[in-house]
Structures are given as structure tokens and as C-alpha cells.
Design a protein around this ligand. Structure first.
Ligand code: PMP
Length: 440
């Protein structure tokens, strides 16, 4: 019996022993096609030789140096790479060990910015329902999954909650996409005015919602409207791209497709491709300038920030993506994936929606297409689909259910950027068989 506290306290998952390319092998010798990168992490697949070589070089030379004493070439190079490839004036990077830490860092950086510019009364965030920003207490507070938050209430940060942007679920039958977007933005402005803009730090949202509702992209113009409202009311716009960022949607940052530039961006997962835990915050010039002109010190830090080995892995991952033109591969294979999902799964009676961008796709299961009611009121279907897929050697990322019972089970697909056409065929065909079997 395992002595690890696993997610389920009643069962132990299979033991993974090795991985290569798009596949993970367990102790029984069974191979699984990793079509979700774990949780949208393994963007280059496993055991990429360039990443391994870069990490070996780094470990041999300098595995770790505490930032209280040193910086390192590798970390500086990674910062240069990320700020060179980021749009606008996102000219600074801060490196942490994962997504939740990146979100905590973003929240604290935003808060300190307002303290430094003499607006300490701005203490609250606006964030959305049906969103996930991490499991630490600050990140949980901005996250919109009520079932994740409720047993830890009261949370540490005061949040004004607004609706998510989910056209499949929330657009009225008689409403155009444009009208729906405008309605959401009007509601957001109303919420800002009711809360008092002078009390608000910023708006925090995933560009494409990942785990909670399954690769749900914003409607056209929505994020531009958010940007305008943030500017109008002196708030910061924080884009959480921990899951959807770093090339997963076909552009390095998903928000590039919405033609906006946030003030702060959180990235993780695909940043290091799973080779080392790493996350980062990209911050705009004005924020860092305010801290420089003010106290000159960011009141934050962890033992493993700017970890050289993690930075070596991330730098190699980003260089491979650039060198091998993998954003194009994401677009091409992503188009194939979405077309197949529409054609092969879309006709199934219990598939309500297929959606996403690039190699970030979601499939939502419903009782029937007209009512869009969740297929399984107990929200067990996603777990059954995951188990059935695993039995067939396929990894997909399942999630399901919100407390209001409105959003149902869904499956997230996020294969590595090196995925082949035949692997995509296998993913879609297997999912079809499994969905048919599990939905009767
Ligand atoms: N933000 C988003 C959008 C995420 O999807 C996640 C992880 N699923 C996190 C933050 C938290 O990242 P981590 O699990 O690395 O702490």
C-alpha cells in the first residue's frame, strides 16, 4: 500500500516508470498516449533530447543558487527570451515553482503596485465564476470553483465575482455573440461601479478557461472590452495563462489572438514542459517602474525562485518551440483535432459542445443537445471516461460539475505539440468509443 497521500485516499494510481515522446509506460509495461500532457504540461512530449542535454549541462555547472546572493546566466537568458517574445511592454519576469505560486505572485505584485503609487485603499480583485487559478489560499480566493473554496472560507482576499464568458452555456437563444459579449461587459462595468472602482486592484481571468469548463475561449471582443474597462477605472488586467499559455493555443500567449496586452501575465505548466517545476509572472514596465521609484523592493520571495535548473529546462523548451516552428504545428494539428472532434464526436447525442483553440480542446457531455442539462447529475461521468480511456491506453483530462449544477462533465485534450495526425485519430476514435460506451 502506498504511503503517499494520493488524491483519492482509497486507491493508488498505476506506477509510471518511463516516458518517451507522447507516451508514458507503467510498471506493467502498458503504454499510454499522453493526450493531455498530464494537465497541459508536457508540451514537447517526454524525454526531449535537447531539454535533457540542457538540464544535464546546467546541473553539472550550477544546479542551484539562492537569489539572495546571486543571479545566473541561464535565468537572465530565460527572462530575455520571455520578454523578447511577449507583446507590449511586458518587459520583466519573476520566476517561481509553479502555477499557484505565479498567481500568488501576480496578486501581491498588483497589490504592492497600488501601495507604491499611493492608492493603498485598492485591496480587492474582480474575478470570474467557473475559473481555476490554483490551490493556494490567494489563488483559491480568486478562483471561481465554489466547491473548491467553500470548506476553506473565509478566504484571505476579498473578491468581486462576475460571470465567466461561456457562450455555449450562457448566450441566450435570441442573442447574437456580439450582444452576449456586450451584456457581459455591461455586467462587469456594473459590478465595478457597485464595488467602487477606487477599492479595486484589478481583473483576473484565464484567457481560455482550462480545467473548470474545458478549453472555453472568450467571445470576440470580450477581452478588449475588459482591457478598456480596466483602463477606464484604473485597474490592472491580470491574464492567467498557466494552462492555456506558452504556445498551447497556437500563439505563444493565448491573449495575442484577442489583440490585447495585459499588465501582468502568469505562466507555468508548458513553460518548463514538465521537465522541472517552474512558473513565471510577466509584468509591464509601469508596474516595475512604480516599485523601483517607490520602495525599491518587491515584498515577496520563495526559496526556489529563479532556480537555474528549472530555468535551463524552460529555456530549452522555449528554444525548441522557436527552432522547430512548433507554433505552426500547434495550429495545423489543432485544426485537425478540432475538425475531427466536430465531425466524429459532434454527432453523438450526448456531446453538447466541442471547443478550444490550437491543441487545447474541450468536449462537454450533456443529457441532450437541446436542454444542455448535464448528462450525469452526480458528475461521475468524467471519471468513468478517464478510467475507460486509461484502460485503452489513452490519457485525457477529466473534470465535471459546478455547485449550481449548471455546467456538466467535460474532457480536456491537450496533446504535445509534436503530436502526429495518426495519434490525433487515435485520440478521437478512442474517445468516441468510450463516450458511446459510457453514455449508453
Ligand atoms: N492557473 C490555472 C489557469 C491553472 O490551470 C492552474 C493549474 N491547473 C493553476 C493556475 C495552478 O497551477 P499549479 O497547479 O501549478 O499550482
Amino acid at each position: 500500500m502506498s504511503q503517499i497521500i494520493h488524491r483519492s485516499l482509497h486507491s493508488t494510481p498505476p506506477v509510471a516508470v518511463s516516458a518517451q515522446g507522447a507516451y508514458i509506460t507503467d510498471a506493467a509495461g502498458k503504454r499510454y498516449l499522453d493526450a493531455c500532457g498530464g494537465a497541459a504540461v508536457s508540451c514537447l512530449g517526454h524525454a526531449h533530447p535537447d531539454v535533457l542535454a540542457a538540464m544535464h549541462r546546467q546541473i553539472d555547472q550550477l544546479a542551484y543558487a539562492h537569489t539572495g546572493f546571486f543571479t545566473s546566466d541561464t535565468v537572465e537568458q530565460l527572462a530575455a527570451q520571455l520578454t523578447r517574445t511577449a507583446p507590449g511592454d511586458l518587459n520583466y519576469a519573476y520566476f517561481v515553482s509553479g502555477g499557484s505560486e505565479a498567481v500568488e505572485t501576480a496578486l501581491k505584485l498588483a497589490r504592492q503596485y497600488f501601495v507604491e503609487i499611493g492608492q493603498p485603499q485598492r485591496t480587492r480583485f474582480v474575478a470570474r465564476a467557473q475559473s481555476y487559478h490554483g490551490n493556494t489560499l490567494g489563488a483559491l480566493a480568486v478562483g471561481g470553483n465554489e466547491w473548491r473554496r467553500r470548506q476553506f472560507a473565509p478566504l484571505l482576499i476579498d473578491v468581486v465575482r462576475v460571470s465567466a464568458c461561456n457562450a455555449y452555456r450562457d448566450r441566450r437563444a435570441d442573442e447574437s455573440e456580439q450582444a452576449y459579449t456586450q451584456r457581459l461587459l455591461n455586467e462587469l462595468e456594473q459590478a465595478i461601479l457597485e464595488a467602487g472602482p477606487e477599492t479595486l486592484i484589478g481583473f483576473c481571468a484565464e484567457t481560455v478557461v482550462g480545467a473548470t469548463t474545458g478549453a472555453t475561449p472568450p467571445t470576440p471582443g470580450y477581452l478588449q472590452g475588459v482591457r478598456r474597462l480596466c483602463d477606464k477605472y484604473g485597474m490592472l488586467y491580470i491574464a492567467d495563462e498557466v494552462m492555456c499559455g506558452m504556445g498551447r493555443t497556437g500563439t505563444l500567449h493565448a491573449f495575442e489572438q484577442d489583440d490585447v496586452v495585459p499588465d501582468i501575465v502568469t505562466i507555468a505548466k508548458g513553460l518548463g514542459g514538465g521537465y522541472q517545476p517552474i512558473g513565471a509572472v510577466l509584468a509591464s514596465e509601469k508596474i516595475v517602474a512604480a516599485l523601483q521609484a517607490g520602495s525599491g523592493l518587491f515584498q515577496h520571495g520563495h526559496t526556489y525562485i529563479c532556480h537555474p535548473t528549472a530555468a535551463a529546462a524552460a529555456l530549452a523548451v522555449q528554444q525548441v518551440i522557436e527552432r522547430d516552428n512548433l507554433l505552426e504545428a500547434v495550429k495545423t494539428q489543432g485544426a485537425r483535432l478540432h475538425q475531427q472532434l466536430r465531425e466524429v464526436l459532434g454527432e453523438l447525442p450526448h456531446v453538447g459542445d466541442t471547443r478550444g483553440r490550437g491543441l487545447f480542446a474541450g468536449v462537454e457531455l450533456v443529457e441532450d443537445k437541446a436542454s444542455k442539462r448535464p448528462f450525469d447529475p452526480a458528475f461521475k461521468l468524467h471519471a468513468q471516461i478517464k478510467a475507460n480511456c486509461m484502460a485503452r491506453g489513452l490519457m485525457v483530462y477529466p473534470m465535471g460539475g459546478t455547485l449550481d449544477g449548471q455546467y456538466g462533465d467535460h474532457i480536456l485534450i491537450a496533446p504535445p505539440f509534436i503530436v502526429t495526425a495518426s495519434q490525433i485519430d487515435f485520440v478521437v476514435d478512442t474517445l468516441r468509443q468510450v463516450i458511446v460506451e459510457e453514455t449508453g
